[in-house]
Design a protein around this ligand. Structure first.
Ligand SMILES: Cc1cc2nc3c(=O)[nH]c(=O)nc-3n(C[C@H](O)[C@H](O)[C@H](O)COP(=O)(O)OP(=O)(O)OC[C@H]3O[C@@H](n4cnc5c(N)ncnc54)[C@H](O)[C@@H]3O)c2cc1C
Length: 491
């Protein structure tokens, strides 16, 4: 039986649930100022540029399921949404990492699908960064930043799901049971990849794919490695694009590897390289680190979805009449809308808790970087040869990996359950608000030009990726309630 440490007698202990209160201790005015600015910039972008395109792209896809959303990709590049979280000192837009959530919420409130398009890119970037292979990170970030300047957008995807393994490669505990069909093999000068990945967001519009697969399918957790594969690599091909019910601006693609050669320098993480030997267990840490961030992000994205459909419902209630008075003057409508708004606020509170748990444990956030370092001058300095040499050195990579592996089991656990909670609560609230909106608005709700039915179709997908909500519930139980029940088996 799996023995679980019994760490805290009180299931509802203060430190387990009030990350934001803990974060207050180190609060910083600059963080709030920058966050406010980022939300305002994104709100203007959404209202002026994204809103007019959202329904049009959805309609185009309906007419042609092979349609690729290049106009949205170009829009994102033009407004520097592809480098939004890349710090200024690396040449990016420099929106505070700590405030990814409110920015995503803002975008999703206008178009859930646009966040899906950026989400695949963000997932790829997060996975790449978590390897701390700074030479490759630097190269790719340079291309993303440059691509925005020259309007040749560079996007990433992150490929882990296989036709026979979805949930099983999301949770560390399920890896030993996974039926994997992808694997890598060491060859002179690099590795050969074989197999297929499916449902990979952004696949058809990405220039690079961050591909995760094992060297040995029988020992997946020990041998999972990371590879950077450009879309024109030999032995790589794009397969079908899924014809899905929602989030149609974000393609979900099949990636095919047939003796696809990856040179040594693009094996971004492997257990048998020098870092893998010093930091065993690097892959499970990367997986948990990435999911801690991306599940919180799905929580924010879902909150935006819940909010977007609520805004449409309020507009409808303000402009339509029932029994001689506007709908919003009826008490039953006021109660109905109150439930919807409360759902949004509740989901927001939960994803913020998850972000705070990440910030505390991963020691990330704008407030950790002195203001005088986050600027274009430092970006230029870092681009000079001597600094690049330091940045790309083994010494610096070891420092980052040490930081990542220094989190205690209890810290890891908090990040995990808070992220699962943000993802489940947010996406369930998004679905619930879509139901409530359609219920309130009747036939108007199901008309495409109103946008509500699109929110409904888009919202359903939020409950599936980054681990299904069922699996996230189990993850929450395992990491939160499980510690209170010694020896309980979850998976
Ligand atoms: C729009 C979209 C975009 C995506 N983007 C990406 C991407 O960019 N990269 C990527 O790698 N993947 C991506 N995915 C894949 C996604 O991560 C998987 O769909 C998800 O992990 C679920 O896996 P599955 O679909 O194979 O479902 P399955 O694992 O087959 O699950 C089927 C059902 O069984 C339940 N279940 C499974 N295992 C257990 C268990 N042990 N205990 C209890 N219940 C269980 C699940 O909760 C679910 O209800 C995307 C998916 C979608 C829909």
């Amino acid at each position: 039986m799996n023995q679980i440490d019994f760490e805290n007698e009180n299931l509802f202990a203060f430190d387990e649930g009030f990350f934001s209160m803990m974060y207050l201790a180190g609060f910083n005015k600059r963080l709030v100022r920058e966050a406010r600015k980022a939300v305002a910039v994104n709100r203007e972008f959404c209202l002026k540029h994204l809103k007019p395109l959202a329904l049009e792209v959805d309609r185009k896809y309906e007419q042609d399921p092979n349609y690729l959303p290049w106009e949205m990709v170009r829009l994102a590049a033009k407004h520097r949404r592809l480098s939004s979280y890349i710090p200024k000192y690396l040449g990016g837009c420099g929106e505070p990492m700590a405030m990814i959530g409110p920015v995503m919420e803002e975008q999703a409130a206008t178009d859930t699908a646009f966040v899906g398009l950026l989400g695949g890119h963000g997932l790829g970037l997060a996975a790449l960064m978590m390897t701390f292979n700074l030479k490759v990170v630097d190269q790719v970030i340079g291309e993303i930043v440059n691509g925005e300047k020259t309007m040749n957008p560079v996007m990433l995807s992150c490929a882990i799901t296989e036709p026979t393994a979805g949930s099983d490669v999301e949770e560390e505990e399920l890896y030993p049971k996974a039926r994997l069909m992808c694997s890598a093999k060491r060859v002179a000068g690099g590795a050969l990849l074989n197999g297929r990945k499916v449902f990979i967001s952004t696949g058809h519009v990405a220039k690079y794919h961050v591909v995760l697969m094992p060297f040995d399918q029988k020992r997946p957790l020990e041998t999972f490695a990371g590879f950077l594969v450009p879309s024109d690599a030999q032995g790589f091909a794009l397969g079908r694009m899924e014809h899905k019910m929602g989030q149609r601006a974000g393609p979900a693609s099949e990636l095919i590897f047939e003796d696809c050669f990856v040179p040594e320098e693009h094996i971004i993480m492997a257990i048998d390289d020098k870092f893998g030997r010093i930091f065993p267990g690097q892959y499970p840490r990367l997986l948990k680190g990435v999911l801690g961030i991306t599940r919180a992000a799905v929580g924010a994205w879902s909150t935006g979805t819940a909010r977007g459909v609520t805004e449409l419902a309020i507009d409808f209630a303000k402009t339509h009449k029932l029994k001689g008075k506007t709908m919003i003057s009826h008490q039953f409508v006021q109660a109905h809308l109150t439930n919807m708004v409360m759902n949004v606020l509740m989901a927001r509170a939960v994803y913020m808790e998850s972000y705070f748990s990440n910030m505390i444990n991963l020691k990330m956030g704008l407030d950790k970087i002195p203001a005088f370092l986050d600027n274009q001058l430092v970006a230029w300095l870092l681009s000079t040869k001597p600094y690049k040499k330091i940045l790309h050195s083994d010494f610096v990579r070891k420092l980052f990996l040490q930081n990542l592996s220094s989190a205690t089991k209890a810290q890891d656990r908090r990040v995990q359950y808070a992220a699962s909670m943000a993802k489940v609560v947010g996406s369930d609230m998004a679905m619930e608000n879509c139901h409530l909106a359609l219920e309130l608005c009747g036939e108007a709700g199901v008309r495409h030009d109103r946008g509500m039915e699109k929110f409904f179709r888009d919202a359903k997908l939020l409950q599936i990726f980054e681990g299904t909500n069922q699996l996230n519930r189990l993850n929450f139980f395992h990491n939160y309630v499980g510690r209170y029940v010694p020896g309980v088996e979850v998976y």
